[in-house]
Design a protein around this ligand. Sequence first.
Ligand SMILES: [Zn+2]
Length: 415
Amino acid sequence: MKQTHSLSVLNRLAESYVKLVLAVGQHDADYVDAFYGPEAWKTEAGTSKIALETIKKKAVATVAELRTVAPARLDETLRLRHQYLLRQLQALHARVELLSGRTMTFDEESHALYDAVAPAYAEDHFKAILQELSGFLPGSGTVAERYEKFKSAFIIPGEKVDAVFAAAINESRRRTKERILLPDNESFVVEYVTGKSWSGYNWYKGNSHSLIQVNTDLPIYIDRAIDLASHEGYPGHHVYNALLERHLVREKKWIEFTVYPLFSPQSLIAEGTANYGIEMAYPENERIAFERDVLFPAAGLDGSKAGHYYRIHATFLKLNYAGNEAARKYLNGEISREEAARWLTEYALMAPGRALQRTKFFDQYRSYVINYNLGQDIVKRYLESRGGTPDKPEKRWREFEALLSTPRVPSGLTG
Ligand SMILES: [Zn+2]
């Protein structure tokens, strides 16, 4: 009886949450990443255009009412739902405060919006990795220059990009379908765009359909094919959204999953699972074999170099927290854009053009950057703590699918 009552309260508050997200979207063009709930709610948000101050009050009231529901009375799934709504609403409140002019440090912001704080690394940490990388890269010049020169032999020629991506997407779909039952009608389309601060984007449209956009402003290296196919597609964002839709929206009628606010804890789960999904779908040796036999030839590259390329790439990936440090210092006002770009070139080995593009990503998405690498680490630790280690692929996929099919927030995975 009590649980039935709580369920109707949660359903009502979930509706308030969706409407609040749509209301924030009127003030922040990047906020509503996906919405496939009632069209009338969207129209209503557009016509009423509620003021930020009012949204804030409504969010506070909704959180207060949510707190009157005692989690102890709920079963596990509803407890997760309750925790999810609470954290998502708190993050919405924080985003409204930021939009209203409040300032936060990088770490305060990431905690408020994404329910997590990224570890800090000193320059020595990255210098040691650069030293290791230096041994692989012949020639003279800085590690960044030598790395750039090395990588220039692994660019996918423009006219071959689409064919290479199509091959990577087919293989990622095949591998994911062996492990996860996907909706029969799932599909996505790929579109090539320019002038964006990101390199790829998944726009979920509902009804198991996504639009995946690929930015072609900068050269596309061969490693992007599988990264993009798995991160944006299988078993990444496209699969995550399709499973949430099937299990939570269609089966349980949980309306809150018809909307996806970008600046919220859900993004850490989304980016973390999308990044971790790459190695789920392609354990190291299997990836190298597929690259060597299929993708390198499709790109007109020498397949015999795939092993060497990915050994160096694996060392390069250890630098992935360097981007967070640049963003943290830049957004905290400690360094200028030029200094941030220089840091990215030196420690994240981004060519100057790419480094500049990345600082624009910092402007637009701010502490969102932690969702990729910290998210990946949190997901990995969570799966492993539940027995989903790389040597037990069956178990790992089961835990991964469960994670993609239930309401989760970062603190719920680490706590
Ligand atoms: Zn992503």
